[in-house]
Design a protein around this ligand. Structure first.
Ligand code: GCV
Length: 719
């Protein structure tokens, strides 16, 4: 009996282990599932076009491209594709311009359609035999081309008569890891840091390779390994050796490594008495440090710096300014082709000005003063990665300075990795915003891709949501935010719906019955989170420190601008922050055309109303509701939207593997609970000021305001 029981339990365990590993692999494989093409006609048409692969060139990058193509095709089409001679026809020829014979190269004609990272995929004919050529000026273009070609098949598109030329519109497409050396991740909700510093440099985790592969597949070409709240130790030989090992792994995938530079490093690890950027010894220390790094890592990207922000050291500690600091570092890395990404995320407790105005006030006077290899990294909005912010006014105001975008992929303020929120929708909204820097059409995208300034240095950074969780990002759908970030960094004009469509097909299924509703769910998920957290332009009303859940009542923090009450300013007259000309005049930081729109309550988009105006509870919204009723109904709408997301997801069971289905189902249930928590806590709190009843259609809260205030989360992650 005992033996039977044991055997039975063993087989149950084994069964679960097998299921777990299959599903874990699916989660782990991200958008590179390479699902078998089930439609027989389609598979047959692919098979009739592709007979074999010809890989030209011997670099690590081309080898990776060849291997990826072979394995991707095999998985999707169920056939091994041998290396063939070009004479036989039906081959996919991969190789950079240099590696092509004259006969093949002339099929392309003009390589100037693309830049050094771009690719061309073209159906060509050589001696009357048809082939598909995937090429680029450099090997990395070939790799990007291969991923793009594989995506055509992943998304079930035709591959006859191809003529695609594509190239990234920005130079630096980079993830910012806020990873600490002890492997905790600031604002990270997907486990610990990928970088196992203890085992590096000798142990190369397969994860590093898979990370590089995933990034290359979407065109990401840089990674900042360490937190902007920096630790100087990363610049010591002990750690540089480990960084070098990672750089070696990433190189063939076209990914450069960057580090964060702690401004006080010359003191902390260099034994100097000062870190004053004008001090000759300090400058020399950084020059020597750069030399040391480049000796190990010849293609090292450069430094990302958070200086004089939230307690980080910087040039102002020595009476110098951002230009002095950035230029000194820029001079150190310039001989090696390095860049400095200098962050504009600054605000000070000593500045009584509206926090939203401070970064602009501090940085705009420096326009045109930075070295050529400095790019100023600006968060998408003027406060801090809120569910919705108007675009940062700096984007319209520094025409002589390369500016790069900083998006946050990790969901610090958007429900951690528990809430399903498709961020490319948010990113697109920002990129499409009209700055009016040079009239209509001068969008944020045009500022950061260099169109407006012909800047040679352009870039987009995304604060990573990646950790060592099996599925990389904590939530299966958070993978879409990593994917979408990469795609938008490559082309900031892409539509978020296209991105969602691609991602779903590559990650789950091509079945329209699945794609259609789930794409809609993803697209609407961003507005849902705005509605249940911070509707109508509310912002920064989360709880303290960990930023988990609502905390509109918080008013006791030492710095005024850390308190939610500073932002919503609810009182018996109304709610919202008057940043119009009658208030802090933050609107004046935008071009006159934009300022005019934001300045008036009538023209200000209602989605930003309480960002720019203090509005009476009885103010009539465009739909005829009073502000109080409208606000309450928006909170309810957010909750309803999550319920609808659950309904949609619950109908997809037959299209999704059991474990990912269940995972998302459980996460949506948490999201629903938390959406109600946000709604109830915020409405009960604001109701104290409005003094009004909840309108019909809003569910009455089940708990008291005191209950919500009493909730504590000492171990919330990422803090
Ligand atoms: C890395 C916010 C976050 C901090 C983060 C900071 C920044 O304040 O809460 O964790 O620090 O932004 O972007 O520097």
């Amino acid at each position: 009996m005992i033996t039977i029981k044991k055997t039975f339990f063993r087989s149950v365990l084994l069964f679960f282990a097998v299921c777990w590993s299959v599903s874990a692999q699916k989660d782990y494989k991200l958008w590179l599932q390479y699902n078998k093409v089930a439609n027989a006609d389609l598979a047959a048409s692919y098979l009739s076009t592709i007979q074999g692969i010809v890989s030209l060139g011997n670099s690590g990058t081309v080898k990776i491209a060849g291997a990826e193509l072979a394995s991707g095709l095999e998985e999707m089409l169920g056939k091994k594709f041998e290396n063939k001679a070009i004479t036989s026809g039906g081959t996919i020829i991969i190789g950079s311009k240099e590696s092509l014979s004259f006969e093949i190269r002339k099929e392309i004609g003009n390589f100037d359609l693309i830049n050094n990272e771009g690719f061309i995929i073209k159906s060509i004919s050589v001696k009357n035999k048809k082939h598909i050529l995937i090429t680029g000026k450099k090997d990395i273009g070939v790799l990007y081309g291969v991923y793009s070609f594989l995506r055509l098949i992943q998304t079930h598109q035709a591959i006859k008569n191809l003529n695609i030329a594509d190239a990234p519109k920005t130079n630096i497409r980079i993830l910012n890891h806020w990873d600490n050396l002890d492997r905790t991740v600031e604002r990270g909700y997907a486990g610990f840091s990928l970088w196992n510093w203890q085992k590096l440099p000798d142990f190369i985790d397969q994860r590093y390779i898979d990370y590089a592969r995933a990034n290359a597949s979407i065109g990401i070409n840089g990674t900042v390994l360490t937190n902007v709240n920096a630790n100087a130790l990363i610049l010591t030989p002990q750690y540089l050796e480990k960084v070098q090992a990672l750089a070696n792994v990433f190189r063939p995938y076209g990914i450069k490594v960057y580090l964060t530079a702690r401004f006080s490093a010359p003191i902390e690890i260099g034994g100097l008495k000062t870190a004053d950027p004008k001090d000759a010894d300090v400058a020399k220390w950084w020059q020597d440090k750069a030399k040391e790094i480049y000796k190990r890592i010849p293609d090292f990207g450069g430094f990302l710096v958070k200086a004089n922000s939230e307690g980080q050291p910087g040039p102002q500690n020595y009476g110098r300014d951002h230009v002095d600091g950035a230029n000194m570092l820029a001079d150190a890395v310039a001989p090696f082709g390095g860049v400095i990404m200098w962050r504009a995320f600054v605000y000070s407790e000593h500045d009584a000005n509206d926090r939203a105005k401070q970064a602009y006030a501090e940085f705009v006077p420096y326009d045109g003063k930075f070295r050529e290899n400095v790019i100023v990294q600006v968060k998408n909005g003027p406060i801090d990665f809120q569910p919705r912010e108007p675009f940062h006014p700096i984007f319209g105001a520094m025409p002589k300075t390369p500016l790069m975008m900083e998006f946050q992929i990790t969901q610090e303020y958007l429900g951690f990795s528990t809430h399903l929120v498709f961020l490319p929708k948010l990113f697109q909204e920002v990129l499409e915003s009209e700055t009016y820097q040079k009239g209509k059409g001068t969008t944020v995208a045009k500022v950061i891709d260099g169109t407006l300034t012909s800047s040679k240095l352009t870039g987009i950074a995304g604060v990573s949501n990646i950790g060592n969780d099996l599925n990389w990002t904590g939530h299966p759908f958070a993978q879409a935010n990593w994917y979408g970030f990469g795609r938008l960094a490559w082309n900031p004009y892409l539509d978020s719906e296209t991105i969602a469509d691609e991602w779903l097909r590559c990650t789950f299924s091509n079945d329209e019955n699945f794609i259609k509703p789930i794409k809609k769910m993803m697209i609407e998920s961003r507005e849902a989170v705005v509605n249940y957290m911070t509707p109508l332009g509310l912002h920064h009303i989360m709880d303290t420190g960990h930023h988990y859940g609502p905390g509109p009542w918080v008013s006791n923090l030492s710095r005024p601008e850390w308190n939610p009450v500073y932002y919503h300013k609810a009182d018996k007259n109304g709610i919202g922050f008057d940043r119009s000309k009658t208030g802090t005049n933050a609107t004046a930081q935008y071009a006159p055309e934009v300022a005019k729109i934001f300045d008036s309550m009538e023209t200000c988009p209602e989605s930003d109303l309480l960002w720019f105006h203090h509005v009476s509870w009885d103010y009539k919204l465009k739909n005829g509701q009073t502000l109080w009723n409208g606000l309450a109904l928006k909170y309810q709408e957010g909750v309803n939207q999550v319920k609808e997301m659950q309904n949609i997801w619950n109908k997809t069971q037959k299209y999704v593997d059991a474990d990912r289905f269940k995972e998302v189902q459980m996460l949506l249930e948490i999201q629903y609970k938390e959406a109600k928590w946000w709604r109830d806590a915020c409405l009960l709190y604001f109701q104290q000021y409005s003094g009004k009843e909840l309108p019909a259609g809003v569910e009455p809260p089940k708990e008291s305001l005191d209950y919500f205030k009493s909730l504590k989360f000492p171990f919330a992650p990422g803090n």
